[in-house]
Design a protein around this ligand. Structure first.
Ligand code: FRU
Length: 496
């Protein structure tokens, strides 16, 4: 039986989504049905289609008591909304159903594991959120909260860990039929850690061990863990809060961390080897991954960041919050690689292609423009003896607005800059990342979808993501070089 709170949310979203015209949304990125969206939740393949749930406040374009929204897709690019599945309506999650994940039970039902939030008045005044792990079980449309909730609470924490920062469970089913789950947590040192729990049936959980410790190296609290094997390695994803920059890594405040290492299944020991950011742009957080039926590991993140998301609170379009492109991920030479989901190529049409364009200064090219675009650019020095100083591509451009990606080979710096993208606030508009090259030779693939750009550098060795909420009439694209650049450009428009 659905609660009154959930029934109201379902009624509200159905009535209000009609006010949002299709062209006011991204075409092939999942956006919220109405209101607000943050983290991806319960990303899964279930009953023959992909399911994406999400952190959802239907009633306004800002964050509020969290529900779970729901959409399904056959290709991860075209989504159909289903009714919201969770509302903050129970004694243990009255103040929010926070992030979590999904698994399929052997009897064919889907189990959602999420964080229940309860605001508790504190003896010293004010209140704090108590966070516990909870379960709901359903059939892909309707979900019933488990009568044994919460299934993990402060009694299941190792000594000294905070009951206020205990969230975002990621369960999985092992080959032997038992279950494991990782949860983000804050130990006594005030930073982050990832806890490992085990279960025989998916409902009764037991603390096993601390799987990974931050020890104040990468930000503070570790949110939204994901833990999976990839290309012979084991990967731990987490989104740390309050990061400090280290060189060109981790500039995002609330950033993303990819730990690559090995996992000993017997002793359940994760050994870290390498660390890096997942995305080097401005807007990417809290990613989740799945294994597709054909064996690809695909990741989707929230395409926004906590520091700037409130700038758009009053978006008149009635929605705020979108997911990143689905990205196929792999490990090469100890680094995470990302590529746009290959199904995106089916959306390409009207190819325009130029070879060996040599230029200095500003140029535009016939047929190269648009806000729903897949564009590949190969950049070479126009003069091998004097490698160019700077290359830039400016897009989402008119007289007033533009966003740019620029590369300075002598500094090995690639930069995204959206200061002319309509923000009236002095917030972060630029992000740099390190991209070394041989004589300035680099390759970019840019995907634009109305309100965003995702730049895949050198076949996915690095990715920079940024949202751009400017008018769609700003659809110009131009190129700029200081020194002599030679380039190949291929552009396709992308259909809805
Ligand atoms: C990350 C996060 C999660 C939490 C959710 C609340 O963006 O803070 O840790 O579950 O958002 O909406």
């Amino acid at each position: 039986m659905n609660s009154q709170t959930l029934r109201e949310a379902r009624k509200y979203e159905e009535a209000t989504e009609k006010m949002i015209a299709a062209e006011q949304r991204p075409a092939f990125h999942l956006s919220t049905r109405v209101g607000w969206l943050n983290d991806p939740n319960g990303f899964s393949y279930y009953k023959g289609q992909y399911h994406m749930f999400y952190q959802y406040y239907p009633y306004a374009t800002y964050w509020g008591p969290m529900h779970w929204g729901h959409a399904v897709s056959r290709d991860l690019l075209h989504w159909e909304y289903l009714p919201a599945v969770l509302a903050p309506d129970s004694p243990y999650d009255r103040d929010g159903c926070f992030s979590g994940n999904a698994i399929e039970l052997p009897d064919g039902r889907q189990l959602l594991m999420y964080t229940g939030v309860l605001n508790m008045p504190q003896p010293e005044g004010g209140s704090r959120e108590i966070q516990t792990q909870c379960i709901a079980v359903g059939d892909g449309v309707d979900y019933e909260k488990y009568e044994g909730n919460p299934v993990l609470d402060e009694k299941d924490l190792p000594e000294g860990s905070s009951r206020y920062d205990f969230r975002d469970p990621k369960p999985w089913r092992k080959a032997d039929g038992t279950y494991r789950c990782v949860v983000g947590s804050r130990p006594a040192d005030g930073s982050g850690q990832i806890l490992l729990y085990s279960s025989e049936d998916g409902f009764h959980w037991k603390f096993e061990k601390v799987l990974a410790e931050n020890k104040n190296r990468f930000g503070k609290m570790w949110e939204c863990p994901d833990f999976f094997p990839l290309d012979g390695k084991q990967v731990l994803f987490t989104s740390p809060q309050d990061m400090l920059p280290q060189g060109f890594e981790y500039h995002n405040g609330n950033g993303t961390l990819c730990l690559i290492g090995t996992y000993d299944e017997e002793t359940e020991t994760f050994t870290e080897e390498k660390n890096q950011a997942i995305d080097y742009g401005i807007d990417f957080y809290a990613p989740q991954t799945i294994l597709t039926p054909d064996g690809r590991r695909v990741m989707i993140g929230w395409m926004q960041n906590w520091d700037t998301c409130n700038m758009h609170q009053r978006m008149k379009e009635g929605w705020f919050g979108q997911m990143s492109l689905p990205r196929e991920i792999s490990i090469k030479n100890g680094r995470l690689y990302q590529k746009p989901l290959r199904e995106l190529e089916a959306l390409r049409h009207d190819k325009v292609s130029y070879e060996d364009v040599e230029f200095t200064g500003i140029i535009s090219l016939d047929g190269i423009k648009g806000r729903r675009v897949d564009m590949e650019i190969e950049i070479f020095p126009g003069d091998e003896e004097h490698v160019y100083q700077k290359f830039a591509v400016r897009f989402a451009q008119n007289e007033q607005y533009q966003t740019s990606i620029s590369y300075r080979p002598h500094e090995s710096v690639l930069k995204v800059d959206r200061k002319f993208s309509g923000s009236r606030r002095a917030i972060i508009h630029q992000r740099r990342c390190e991209v070394a090259s041989e004589k300035g030779v680099i390759k970019l693939r840019m995907i634009l979808d109305r309100f965003s750009v995702e730049v895949f550098v050198n076949d996915g060795a690095k990715v920079m993501t940024a949202t751009t909420y400017t008018t769609q009439e700003a659809d110009g694209i131009s190129f700029y070089a200081v020194g002599k650049v030679r380039m190949n450009v291929t552009k396709w428009d992308l259909s809805e």
